[in-house]
Every structure is written in C-alpha cells, then in structure tokens.
Write a protein that binds this ligand. Structure first.
Ligand SMILES: *[C@@H]1O[C@H](CO)[C@@H](O)[C@H](O)[C@H]1NC(C)=O
Ligand SMILES: *[C@@H]1O[C@H](CO)[C@@H](O)[C@H](O)[C@H]1NC(C)=O
Ligand SMILES: *[C@@H]1O[C@H](CO)[C@@H](O)[C@H](O)[C@H]1NC(C)=O
Ligand SMILES: *[C@@H]1O[C@H](CO)[C@@H](O)[C@H](O)[C@H]1NC(C)=O
Ligand SMILES: *[C@@H]1O[C@H](CO)[C@@H](O)[C@H](O)[C@H]1NC(C)=O
Ligand SMILES: *[C@@H]1O[C@H](CO)[C@@H](O)[C@H](O)[C@H]1NC(C)=O
Ligand SMILES: *[C@@H]1O[C@H](CO)[C@@H](O)[C@H](O)[C@H]1NC(C)=O
Ligand SMILES: *[C@@H]1O[C@H](CO)[C@@H](O)[C@H](O)[C@H]1NC(C)=O
Ligand SMILES: *[C@@H]1O[C@H](CO)[C@@H](O)[C@H](O)[C@H]1NC(C)=O
Ligand SMILES: *[C@@H]1O[C@H](CO)[C@@H](O)[C@H](O)[C@H]1NC(C)=O
Ligand SMILES: *[C@@H]1O[C@H](CO)[C@@H](O)[C@H](O)[C@H]1NC(C)=O
Ligand SMILES: *[C@@H]1O[C@H](CO)[C@@H](O)[C@H](O)[C@H]1NC(C)=O
Length: 815
C-alpha cells in the first residue's frame, strides 16, 4: 500500500513550482552537530524485501534503555504564567515574511509517519526527502508500529534515531524549517517501549488526587521528548456523558469541575515551563467540543447540545486547560448541533478564540478535512473543504495524515483570490511560534541524555501509586475483603492473567496489544494481577480462565462451580476487550450472557462468597450480579503497573481510596445519566458519582462555616474533620457538593461538586479539611446565555452518596 502511495508523490513533484528556501535569523542558529543514536539488530535487506501484506507484528524491538532507578532533571519555574502569546516574536514574524506561498502551505500540513516507512517496514529516507522537498512539510505524527513499521513498539533509541533522521532531512530540504512531531501520549508515552504507562485518565480521575494527573504528564513529557517527539495529543477535556461511548476511559469522568482540575494539572505536568524546559512537550487540549455526547452512543455520532448546556458543563474543563496554558488545541470530529465543527466560526472563532481567549495553535483531528467531502457530505470536494476551513474557522494545521491535498488546495485558493494570504499568514505564524517556543530552531534533535531515564523505577512508582489510588471499593458486606493469605481463593477471568487487559487501548497500539504479540511486547515493563498477587503474598493464585475477554465461555468454564465449592472465596474479574473509537462501539451495556450465567451458577450452587473486580473500558450492566456479590471493586484500567496495586488492595496491604468519577448505570436507559440531574428526577444508578470507601471506619464531624450567608464577593470557609477509627492508614478524599433547595425557573441539580481534597490520615488520627465557597460558584448559565445567581437556601453536602455524608444549610443571596 505505502509503496504505491509514494509514487503518487513522485508524480506530484513535477507540478509544484520551484521555491527559494527561507532566510532568517531563526534558520541560521547553530544547532550543533546531530546526535547519533545507534540502533542494533536492524535486519539488513538485500534489495527491497517487502513485509508480507499480513504482518502480525510479533517482533518487538530488542533494544532497551538503561532505565536508571532514579534521575534528576533541571528544574524550571513551573508557577510562571506560561502559554501561547497572542503576538509573534519579531524573529518569527521575520521568518514568516520570508516564506513563499508554497512554504507557508506546507507548514499547515501534518502527515502520518507511515509516509516515511518503506515496504520493508524500515525508514525510507528517499521517500522523506521527496515529500519534504516537494511539499515543504510542517509536521509529522504518530509512531511507526501503527503504520507498517518493522517493530511492534520502538525503544526510545530507535524512535529517536528515526525522528532525528527525518529532522535532519527537514533541515536540509524544502523550507529547512524543523518539523514538529506529534504523538498520542495519552497516559505517559504509551507508544514508546519501556516508557512508563500510567492508568487510563478515568482511573486518574478516580484518585481525586490531581498530583497523579501531573505526574502522568510530567513523566510522559520527558519520555516523549527522549524519542525526539515534541507534542502530545492530550489531555481530553471531554466529560463523560454517554456511558456507551467507547472513549470515556480517556477522559476524566463526568464532572466539569473534577475534569477541569485533572486537565489543569495534567497540562502543567506535560508543559511546565515549556518555553525554556526541553524535557517538556506542548499539550493539546481536545476535542473542541462536545465529542462525548454522541446521540446514539457510538463514536462520532452527532451531538446536540443547547448552547447554555454547553457553556455550563462542557466548556469549564476547556477553560481550565486554557488557564493552564495549553499550547495547542484539537477540534472535534463531525458536527455539533448540525453544523460541521471544522467549518464553524461560532465554535472555533467566537467561542474558542474570542470568548475563551485561546491564542495557541489549533489542529484538526485525523483526516478531518477530507472527511468533510468523503464522509460527512458537507463539502463538494477537497478544495471546497479547504476553502470552508480557511474562510470560516481558525484552524491552523490539518492532520491530513495520508495526503498533502490541504497544502495544494491552499496554494490554489490563494492564487485564485478566494482565500486571503493574511488568513494563511495567521496560521503559519502560530505554527512557527509554537516551534520556536518548543526550542526547535535551536535544538531540533532529541536529547540523548533523556533516554536512560525512560522506564526508571522512580517513574514506575508514580504510576503504581496512581493505580493504587484509583481502585474504588463499592461494596464490602461482612468484610469479605480484604482477603487473607490463609484463605483458599479462586480467581476467575482472563483479566487476572494479562497486562493488556488491565491496561486497555492507547498502549503499545491504538487498540492495545494485539492477539499475536500478547503481553510479551511489554518485555517486563508491567505485571499482571497474577504476578502482583505472587509478589505481594508469595501465593500462586488458584486461577481458572473460564471465559474469554469478550465474556464468552472458554477453558475451564464448566469447572468453576466445583472449584468454587472448595474455595473460601471466589473473585471474578469481569471485563471487556481493550478498544477505542469506532472499534469500541457497542449497542448495549449488557455483557455476554455466559459471564452472567457463570456468576449466577456459583451463587446458586455454592455458599462461597463472591467478589467482583470490574476491569473495563466503561460501566457494563451488572444486573443481578451486584446483589449476588458480597464485594465489588471498580478496577477500571489501572495500567501495566496495576497488577501489584490490585493485589495490594485485595489482600489489605493498601486501603482503597478511589471514588467513582462517573455514574455507573444499572441499565441502558441510564446511559446518559449524570449525578447533576434535576433534583426531583430519578437518580437510581448501580453506583453513584463519588461513591467509594476504604477498609477503615472513618467518622466525620459536623460541617462548620465562617458564615451562613453567601454573598457575591465574600467567600465563606467550610470545614469538616475526619477521624480514622480503623487499623490501617487511610488516604481519604473529601468531596464538597452544593444543592439549591429551590432555583426559580430552573430546577436545581441534585448536587454539584464544588471542591475536593485528599489527605492521608494515620490510624487514630484526625484531619480537618478546609474549603472555600463563593456565591459565583453557585451561578449558572440561563437560556439567554447569562451567568446568574438565584437566591435561596443551599445545602452543603460532604461525601454525598456515602454512609458518612454530612450536610449543612446556608443562604445564598443575589447581591
Ligand atoms: C541570508 O541572510 C544572511 C544574513 O542574515 C545574508 O548574508 C544572506 O545574503 C542572505 N541570503 C539570501 C539568499 O537572502
Ligand atoms: C541510526 O542508527 C544507525 C545504525 O546504528 C546509525 O548508522 C545512524 O547513524 C543512526 N542515525 C541517527 C540519526 O542517530
Ligand atoms: C507572553 O505571554 C506571557 C504570559 O503568558 C507574558 O508573561 C510574556 O511577557 C509574553 N511575551 C511577549 C513577548 O508578549
Ligand atoms: C522508498 O521510497 C522510494 C520513493 O518513493 C521508493 O521508490 C522506494 O521503493 C521506497 N523503498 C521501499 C523499501 O519501500
Ligand atoms: C462559512 O462562511 C460563509 C461565508 O461567510 C457563510 O456563508 C457560511 O454559512 C459559513 N459556514 C459555516 C459552517 O459557518
Ligand atoms: C470568507 O468569505 C467571505 C465571503 O467571500 C468573505 O467576505 C470573508 O472575508 C472571508 N473570510 C476570511 C477569513 O477569509
Ligand atoms: C494540485 O492542484 C492542481 C490544480 O487543481 C491539480 O492539477 C493537481 O493535480 C493537484 N495536485 C495534487 C497532488 O493534488
Ligand atoms: C502575509 O504575507 C504576505 C506575503 O508574504 C504579506 O504581503 C502580508 O503583509 C502578510 N500579511 C500579514 C497580515 O502578515
Ligand atoms: C516481583 O518479584 C520478582 C521476583 O522477586 C521481582 O523481580 C520483581 O521486581 C517483583 N515485581 C514487583 C512489581 O515488585
Ligand atoms: C465507627 O467508629 C465509631 C467511633 O468509634 C463508632 O461509633 C462506630 O460504631 C463505628 N462504626 C462501625 C461501622 O464500625
Ligand atoms: C451535629 O449536628 C447534629 C444535627 O444538627 C446535632 O444533633 C449534633 O449535636 C451535632 N454534633 C456536634 C458534635 O455538634
Ligand atoms: C480560601 O481563600 C483564602 C482567601 O482567599 C485563601 O487564603 C485560602 O488559601 C483558600 N483556601 C482554600 C482551601 O482554597
């Protein structure tokens, strides 16, 4: 496929006009000599030996970084107000002024890495030279393992060798402007071998500890940069609205405030002081906006969101991302309220730029401009799609992925006078400024000294700690948990014995590890629950697979009841195959029937207490299983270092401290239920937002406030003291909600989360949590799109939906 695609570019070369290379101070910086990072074991091909059409990617890169146990990086001031500036630096403006139209058009295009991979799966410098020289390419994205590369995941050495080779071509050919490379570093540098993969963002949200979002960003940035990549396509600020959607695990739950806090700290971790610190990357807040509420629950189905609802729930996390200084943003696939986002002045100019003040660089999602004519039927042809993009939106870069039509059409449109050169300058200016801010003109190559920090124990500890904190104990009747090492426990389900299944998609590959390579591709960078139990307890778990990862009967299905009868307890790991985007579309939240039947037959035919461990991308309906089980833990996708974490929680070496970051429905009809539903409405999910407990008995004092009157401009302080009466140390999150008793004209929401804090309390000790509450926080967006306050009594609730909830009523005043 790729070989024939390349001939197309050779042919195209003749039609492009000759252009002069730019001349500017930025391009005359001495970048020093190019680092050489040797890679071993590349199978030399005599002539061209193309990989077979079906290449199952069983071979993993044998190279490993040294993964030094600890490291220190130069520290920069992360508290500074960083972020993209509205105006260009003088040297960037000078470079922009020196560029030809063709050179400008090339900057607007981002292609996928497969364009530079030969049919042998190795780097094809000829193809890179032709494409960069002809089309003056501005950007590249992705990792080779998803695009016909030889190895199923690349060591940081091999990745850096590759990016540096391509970069050196860019500095010699075309416009000679360094390329910016983007990668889906979603949860640590999940596409780079040995890089520490973190829990899925939804698990990070369940920790209610933003330090975990920061750490995932910080480590992910360093590992990404080690590979010569400068830009992470994360975080997602989408809030989890339709529970059927395949991408909920990639965002930080259903609450706008929680998501905003996590997004803010994740961006601080990724970017830090990114204009000075070369171990950082540019963040990319996405997807602007309302991706997460597809009408039928399938990926990219059209969302319909009234504008006041959009401003109230969907915008706040993006606003926090812009406050954090996100250098870039990505527009959303498809449409919102019937209008195609890529062409929308209202969404991408009026809302994003004018109202929210975003000055950064705006990129499309994958193939989105071509999709306008070949999928969404919103443009006649490619040129019409590019015209509507440039004329109506503030999009700067097109992730065209597989072609350069965007550049060609831009050239044609400017020459024809249909698009002004000023509009093109605007976007190219933002792209060049971003490149300068990231240091690409002075340091275009990777920093080899970062390589050996990849996979450091220091990083692994951060991931494992986040995994631990992300597990949510939802039910624990008669103290079925924790398990005792003296008990005979039967473990059932393939997720017990797999790193892939506890990690999920966006790790190694887009859809997770494939069936051919299996966990071997992790090459020791991670552990299954089985290994975790062995390490934590010295026990070899009694394990029966019983069903496959899709829930259908497999080896040992018929042996489970008998084995359960002889066991003290049985722990079922229920789950689903890792997936994301369209591949993960489902029609119902029901699991495969075999999984329900097996748990039911153990319940009906034995006296053995049942524990459910839910290892899944999204909340599947439990039906009767929730009453059959004595214990339930929401495991989610804690990542490759989650095996130890799960074992420690099961065996009482860590008291759980996670809280549900979304509403867990009982049935399909609740797929679009959030806890901030109208107060009088049904809210009867399987598990509520914020639900969760530890093994300790934590008691709470009453709530105290500095004033019972809440007036604009005068915040009040709200305090509560938690006491740990248990035997274990307890990391305890406190969630502060408000509810209006009456809100004139606009039924109040059941609750809204206003603040949270998590502290560790030793056995026998207490901690006093202090929060502020403002009247402004109580405002909401009305249908006239104004923020208003409606006076009346307000109930402050700590730990709603949990046994130890406390409430206090105050009065809100309009002025
Ligand atoms: C490029 O700029 C340098 C000084 O910055 C100048 O000496 C040189 O003549 C310029 N070259 C071109 C082709 O304009
Ligand atoms: C990549 O590795 C090869 C093989 O060791 C080496 O010859 C080459 O110089 C390296 N290139 C870069 C840019 O590091
Ligand atoms: C860029 O913006 C930052 C704040 O984000 C400000 O401190 C700095 O002075 C600005 N720089 C320029 C050149 O305008
Ligand atoms: C490398 O790219 C060139 C130019 O497109 C092409 O002719 C050649 O066949 C490619 N090599 C391989 C191994 O695919
Ligand atoms: C794009 O702009 C044109 C011309 O200003 C306008 O007619 C059209 O409605 C706009 N399209 C969208 C999707 O906003
Ligand atoms: C978009 O097209 C309209 C109609 O041709 C024109 O008036 C407007 O200036 C264009 N906008 C931009 C940003 O080019
Ligand atoms: C670029 O546009 C011109 C003019 O429409 C067209 O003839 C040519 O085929 C296009 N080239 C590519 C590579 O699309
Ligand atoms: C855009 O670029 C053109 C050609 O380089 C130049 O004439 C024009 O002044 C630029 N416009 C702006 C707004 O920078
Ligand atoms: C588990 O135990 C093995 C053997 O003692 C050890 O090599 C490994 O590092 C341990 N893993 C963890 C996660 O503690
Ligand atoms: C929790 O501790 C408190 C204070 O010691 C005690 O009154 C209460 O009964 C305990 N609750 C449980 C469920 O053990
Ligand atoms: C806590 O509040 C309840 C209900 O208002 C009250 O009965 C109780 O005395 C209070 N306890 C303390 C210690 O103030
Ligand atoms: C509450 O507000 C005060 C005054 O602005 C501030 O000093 C304090 O840090 C705030 N407390 C919290 C928990 O945010």
């Amino acid at each position: 496929m790729k070989c024939s695609t390349l001939f197309y570019y050779l042919a195209a070369a003749s039609s492009a006009s000759l252009t002069l290379a730019a001349n500017s101070t930025l391009l005359n910086i001495d970048v020093g000599s190019q680092p050489v990072i040797d890679v071993v074991d590349v199978k030399t091909q005599n002539g061209v030996v193309c990989l077979p059409n079906f290449y199952p990617l069983q071979d993993y890169d044998p190279m490993r970084p040294a993964s030094v146990p600890t490291y220190t990086l130069p520290q920069y001031d992360e508290s500074v107000d960083v972020g993209p500036n509205a105006t260009l630096d003088a040297d960037v403006q000078a470079l922009l002024d020196s560029l030809t139209l063709e050179e400008k058009a090339g900057q607007l295009v981002q292609v996928e890495v497969g364009q530079f991979i030969g049919c042998d799966g190795l780097i094809n410098t000829t193809a890179a030279e032709i494409m960069i020289d002809t089309w003056k390419l501005g950007s590249v994205l992705e990792a080779t393992q998803n695009h016909n590369g030889r190895w199923n995941i690349n060591s940081p050495q091999r990745f850096a060798n590759f990016t540096n080779t391509i970069q050196s071509i860019a500095l010699k050919k075309g416009s000679k402007i360094p390329l910016i490379w983007g990668l889906d570093t979603i949860r640590g540098a999940n596409y780079i071998k040995a890089a520490t993969i973190f829990p899925a963002p939804v698990n990070t949200a369940a920790t209610f500890n933003p330090a975990n979002a920061y750490n995932a960003g910080r480590v992910g940035a360093k590992d990404t940069r080690a590979a010569g990549v400068h830009w992470a396509f994360s975080p997602l600020a989408d809030i989890n609205r339709n529970k059927l959607w395949s991408r909920n695990f990639e965002n930080f739950g259903e609450d706008p405030f929680l998501a905003g806090e996590m997004v803010y700290h994740n961006i601080k971790g990724l970017q830090g002081d990114y204009k000075n610190d070369r171990s950082r990357v540019a963040a990319c807040i996405k997807h602007f906006i309302a991706y997460s509420t597809p009408t039928n629950g399938k990926d990219r189905d059209h969302p319909n969101v009234p504008w006041n609802v959009l401003l109230e729930y969907f915008v706040p996390a993006f606003k926090r991302a812009i406050d954090a200084g996100s250098a870039t943003a990505m527009e959303d696939y498809g449409l919102l309220n019937g209008q195609n986002t890529a062409f929308s002045k209202k969404i991408l100019n009026d809302l994003l730029r004018t109202e929210l003040g975003f000055n950064g660089m705006l990129v499309t999602d994958w193939g989105e401009i071509n999709s306008q004519w070949n999928r969404y039927q919103s443009a006649f042809d490619v040129e019409d799609a590019v015209y509507q993009t440039l004329n109506n939106s503030s999009i700067d870069m097109s992730m065209t992925a597989d072609d350069i039509w965007y550049a060609n059409s831009t050239i044609n449109l400017v020459k024809a006078g249909k698009v002004s050169i000023d509009r093109v300058n605007e976007s190219v200016g933002r792209i060049l400024q971003l490149k300068k801010d990231l240091g690409l003109f002075s340091q275009p190559y990777s920093d080899p000294s970062l390589i050996d920090t990849v996979g450091s124990k220091q990083d692994v500890d951060l991931s494992r700690n986040s995994a631990r904190e992300s597990l949510v104990l939802l039910k624990n009747e008669k103290s079925v948990l924790p398990l005792a090492t003296t008990e005979n426990v039967l473990f059932v389900g393939p997720a017990v014995n797999s790193i892939n299944y506890i990690t999920g998609a966006w790790a190694i590959h887009w859809q997770g590890v494939n069936d051919f390579e299996g966990d071997a591709v992790y090459d020791g960078y991670g552990e299954s629950v089985m290994t975790g139990i062995f390490n934590a307890t010295g026990l070899t778990p009694h394990y029966i697979q019983a069903y496959n990862i899709s829930g259908y009967r497999a080896d040992g299905y018929d042996d489970v009841v008998k084995a359960a009868r002889g066991a003290d307890k049985v722990v079922f790991f229920l789950g689903e195959k890792p997936s994301t985007e369209g591949v993960g579309d489902i029609n119902t939240l029901r699991m495969a029937q075999d999984q329900y039947d097996l748990v039911e037959s153990v319940y009906k035919n034995t006296e053995t207490p049942i524990v459910l461990a839910l290892v899944q991308n999204r909340p599947f309906s439990l039906g009767k299983l929730s009453s059959y089980a004595s214990g339930i833990i929401n495991v989610g996708l804690p990542g490759p270092y989650g095996g130890m974490a799960v074992a420690e929680v099961l065996y009482g070496q860590y008291s759980p401290s996670g809280r549900m970051p979304y509403t867990y429905p009982k049935m399909d009809y609740q797929a679009s239920t959030q806890y901030y539903t109208p107060a009088w409405n049904e809210y009867d999910p399987e598990f509520a937002f914020g639900q969760g407990m530890g093994y300790n008995n934590i008691t709470y004092s009453n709530i105290t406030v500095s004033s019972t009157d809440l007036v604009a401009g005068s915040p009040i302080s709200v305090s509560i003291t938690a006491t740990n009466n248990g035997a274990w140390e307890q990391s305890e999150p406190v969630l502060m909600y408000t509810s209006q008793v009456t809100r004139r004209g606009y039924s109040p929401e059941l609750y809204r989360l206003r603040a949270f804090d998590k502290q560790t309390i030793a056995p026998g000790s207490s901690f006093t949590y202090n929060f502020n509450l403002t009247a402004e926080q109580m405002s909401f967006v009305n249908v006239d799109l104004q923020r208003v306050i409606s006076e009346g009594p307000v109930v402050i609730t700590m730990n709603a939906f949990n046994k130890n909830a406390k409430t206090l009523t105050i009065n809100l005043h309009e002025s």
